[in-house]
Design a binder for this molecule. Sequence first.
Ligand code: ADP
Ligand code: AMP
Length: 217
Amino acid sequence: MRLVLVGPPGAGKGTQAEFIAAHLAVPKISTGDIFRANVASGTPLGQQAKRYMDAGQLVPDEVTIDMVRDRLAEADAADGFLLDGFPRTVPQATALDKLLADLGTGLDVVLELVVEDDEVIRRLSGRRTCRGCGKVWHVEFDPPNVEELCDRCGGELFQRDDDKPDTIAERLRVYGRDTAPLNQYYGAQGKLVGIDATGPVEDVTERAIDGLRSYGG
Ligand code: ADP
Ligand code: AMP
């Protein structure tokens, strides 16, 4: 299955992507994770991306599309994938459609996680990420057993620079301007499935998996 997860920053895409990708037995491809890994290891791509990420802006389309093209060419993505955080603009969506059409395939479904802005702000403000394995926690909604340490790998938790209040506001503005139009784009293709992403994580996963059933998931 070829699937895209959309929704505002903090909607729970990364959290749900883990479970949905495992359920579908496809790789989870998160452009935010790939950019952060490049920033951490100081590659030219990371250096280029960092200034946009720190400002709450989107990395330019050409850079992001090239990166995704390379990632989708890897063997594990040949029979399916779950994209988390890409596309984020209409030009990225058209590039993805073209890329897949050239391979003789296309997206099966686009799952939109629907959450109100005030809940998104609570989720982003309390998000903590593990430096070791990348698992995402929340200080209030999903706290680890030992404060600031990851239950899964024992790694140290940190707050992402772009989860500070000023950057959150900018990211939500950019989402409304550049990313929300994807809902019309994919709606017009008849591929958009909206899921209520409020409530416990397991309930959202269940709704998502239910929503995928009629698309072969
Ligand atoms: P995104 O990938 O869309 O930016 P994340 O998956 O990183 O979002 O989730 C943002 C924050 O919200 C994280 O701290 C996560 O633990 C928390 N979170 C995710 N799903 C839920 C939920 N259903 N209820 C409460 N908090 C959640
Ligand atoms: P995320 O982890 O999905 O919240 O992404 C973190 C940051 O990485 C974003 O705020 C952008 O700066 C950058 N980014 C991730 N995915 C994309 C994308 N598809 N297009 C442009 N920038 C992106």
